[in-house]
Design a protein around this ligand. Structure first.
Ligand code: DGY
Length: 329
């Protein structure tokens, strides 16, 4: 029987489906496997179920030439060196689509919480500091009717855009590698702009761009300086898309009004400067964390692993490959 590694804990009833096809080495205590341990635990395994916390690079692959499938329980796959996998004939899969609406709900909620100062005012109330209603207490910018800016207009970006435009009457500007189809632009009243215009016009800028060397520090001190002082910034993309040190300074100096962050450079560590300022809402990478969606993500990753290693109804045809060219070989 083929052996597979389940590198992190996931819903046991879902992961149990692997037992019908494989000898499973799992991690029920859910420890993060440091690279040497990950390499050691992959020994003899043909496939791996991983999450964003495991990094699969050339060193890991070269130490495990028998590995044939790496199945990520995440839509983002910046934790995987896909080119190195493809060069070695290793199929990589991710979990798109199943998390789009849930992640968009969260992105919108985080943007609203940031604009309307929900976390900051809740902390104030819990500290027992609320003694009276005041006309200017925790006033912030409106969301309805404001200009929503989106950097990275993929599936999740479009789902956030729909919420803003259709639900909240927002005006929409966006920047992306490629433009939306004209009918989608027309439906959303979306205006495609260059990055400088996006920064300058957005009242609420939401980042949904995948992390890559090209998007590293896409928002740093220079970009923050181009935003309106009244603007908010929401990052549900990846740590590293924002220069967190520069953002902490911008929030302290009120270069922008506030930020909402679900992802961080070097997470789960958070830049200390961000912990010190009140005008930021911080959440621990939970944008996709509805029960149904996390179950759907785990299930899709399991389906991918079973199929990628030639089992089940989709044998040889994993539903959501990242590098399908490997399958064609
Ligand atoms: C993803 O799917 O990429 C998320 O960031 C993990 O929940």
């Amino acid at each position: 029987m083929d052996k597979v590694l389940v590198a992190r804990a996931a819903f046991p009833d879902i992961v149990d489906r692997l037992h019908a096809h494989f000898e499973v080495d799992d991690n029920p205590e859910d420890r993060i496997l440091a690279k040497p341990e990950l390499i050691a635990r992959l020994a003899g395994k043909r496939g791996a179920f991983i999450t964003g916390s495991e990094r699969i690079d050339a060193e890991v692959l070269d130490a495990n030439p028998q590995l044939q499938a790496v199945c990520n329980m995440a839509v983002g796959f910046n934790n995987i060196d896909v080119a190195a996998c493809t060069a070695r004939g290793v199929i990589v899969t991710n979990t798109p689509d199943v998390l789009t609406e849930t992640t968009a709900d969260f992105g919108f909620a985080l943007m609203m919480a940031t604009a309307r100062r929900i976390a900051e005012s809740e902390h104030y109330l819990r500290r027992g500091e609320w003694t009276k209603w005041s006309y200017d207490q925790f006033v912030g910018p409106d969301v309805h009717g404001a200009t929503l800016g989106i950097l990275g207009m993929g599936r999740i970006g479009q789902a956030i855009a729909r919420r803003g435009v259709k639900g909240f009457g927002m005006k929409l500007v966006y920047h992306n590698r490629s433009r939306l189809a004209p009918e989608i632009e027309a439906d959303l009243g979306a205006r495609y702009v260059d990055k400088a215009t996006l920064l300058g016009e957005s009242d609420h800028l939401v980042l949904v761009v995948p992390y890559s060397p090209a998007s590293h520090h896409a928002i740093g001190a220079a970009e923050l300086a181009q935003m309106k002082p009244s603007a908010t910034l929401t990052n549900i993309a990846r740590g590293g898309v924002v220069d967190d040190a520069a953002l902490a300074i911008a929030l302290k100096n009120r270069t922008i009004a506030a930020a909402g962050l679900d992802v961080f450079e070097g997470e789960p560590k958070v830049h200390p400067g961000l912990l010190e300022v009140p005008n930021v809402v911080l959440t621990p990478h939970i944008a996709s964390a509805s029960i149904a969606t996390r179950r759907a993500m785990a299930s899709l990753a399991v389906d991918n692993l079973i199929a990628a290693l030639g089992h089940g109804p989709n044998a040889g045809r994993p539903p959501t490959p990242v590098n399908p060219q490997v399958l064609a070989r």
